[in-house]
Write a protein that binds this ligand. Structure first.
Ligand code: 3NM
Length: 245
C-alpha cells in the first residue's frame, strides 16, 4: 500500500476484476470539439435528466451538457434523446448522452458518457467508429488505469466533495486530490479532466482554480430556487476564478 501516494483513496468499494477487452479499441481523439470551437475548454457542465433542462440552460451560454436519464425507456426515452440532440446541435452545444450508447450512436449525439460499470456493456469500438466522443467516470487510480487504456475524450474525476445526488462509496478527493488529478492528466497526459461531485457556488471558484477543463454538477443548478440565476452566477464565478490562474 505504501507504493501509493498518501492521497490515493483505494476505494471503500471492492474493485471488480477487469473484464473488458480493449484490444485495438481507441476512443475518438482526445481533442474535444472541432478546431474552430472553443478548443478543449468544457466549462460549466450541467448534468440533467430531461430535455426541458436543455431548453432552459442552453440559451444561458452552456457549451457542454450531459443528459443522464435513469427513469425512462422505450419511446419516451428515445424522444427525450432525439429532441435534446436536435436542440444541442442547433445551439452549438456538446451533448453527452449518459449510458444509452446505442441510441446515442443511432441518433448522432456529440458524445457518450459512461460509468465504469457501463464499460463492460458498451461496444467501445462501435462508439469510436461512429465518431462519437467518449467521457468516462473515475473515482480511484485503478479505474483511471483502465480508463487511460481506452483513451477517452475526457476523464471525469469524482466525487470532489460529498454528494447527495448519487450513491458514492468513495471518499471525496477534495481540492488537493483534484489538483493532483488535473496536474497529472492535463499537463502530463494532455487529457481534459471534468470535476464532479458536490460542487456548488461555495466551492466552485476553488474548483475552477484547480484547472479542470470541465466542472460538472447537478443539484447546484437543478435544485436552485432559480436554476437560470444559479447558472449565470456559476458561469461568472468560473470565469473570474480562471482569470486568476
Ligand atoms: N457522478 P451533485 S458524483 C452523477 O463522482 C455523479 O462520478 C459522480 O451531483 C462521480 O453535483 C455525481 O448534485 C453526482 O453533487 C453529482
Amino acid at each position: 500500500k505504501s507504493f501509493w501516494p498518501h492521497y490515493v483513496d483505494l476505494g471503500a468499494k471492492q474493485q471488480e476484476p477487469m473484464q473488458c477487452e480493449f484490444k485495438d479499441c481507441t476512443a475518438p481523439n482526445t481533442r474535444i470539439g472541432s478546431p474552430d470551437e472553443k478548443a478543449d475548454e468544457l466549462g460549466l457542465y450541467p448534468v440533467v435528466d430531461r430535455y426541458q433542462w436543455l431548453e432552459r440552460l442552453l440559451p444561458l451560454g452552456i457549451h457542454t451538457i450531459q443528459l443522464r436519464i435513469k427513469d425512462l425507456d422505450g419511446q419516451a426515452l428515445k424522444e427525450e434523446i432525439e429532441k435534446s440532440i436536435a436542440l444541442a446541435r442547433e445551439s452549438n452545444c456538446r451533448l453527452f448522452i449518459n449510458d444509452h450508447w446505442e441510441l446515442a450512436i443511432e441518433m448522432g449525439a456529440y458524445g457518450i458518457h459512461l460509468g465504469q460499470e457501463d464499460l463492460d456493456k458498451a461496444d467501445l469500438r462501435a462508439i469510436s467508429q461512429a465518431g462519437l466522443r467518449l467521457g468516462i467516470s473515475n473515482h480511484t487510480h485503478f479505474e483511471l488505469i483502465r480508463c487511460l487504456a481506452i483513451n477517452p475524450s475526457y476523464i471525469a474525476c469524482g466525487p470532489v466533495f460529498a454528494t447527495q445526488s448519487k450513491d458514492m462509496p468513495w471518499i471525496p478527493h477534495g481540492l488537493n486530490g483534484l489538483r493532483y488529478w488535473c496536474e497529472s492528466l492535463m499537463s502530463f497526459q494532455n487529457r481534459p479532466l471534468v470535476a464532479i461531485g458536490g460542487i456548488n457556488r461555495e466551492n466552485i471558484s476553488e474548483v475552477a482554480q484547480c484547472g479542470s477543463s470541465g466542472i460538472a454538477l447537478i443539484s447546484a443548478i437543478t435544485e436552485a430556487e432559480s436554476p437560470e440565476k444559479a447558472t449565470r452566477e456559476l458561469l461568472q464565478m468560473i470565469e473570474h476564478a480562471r482569470e486568476k490562474i
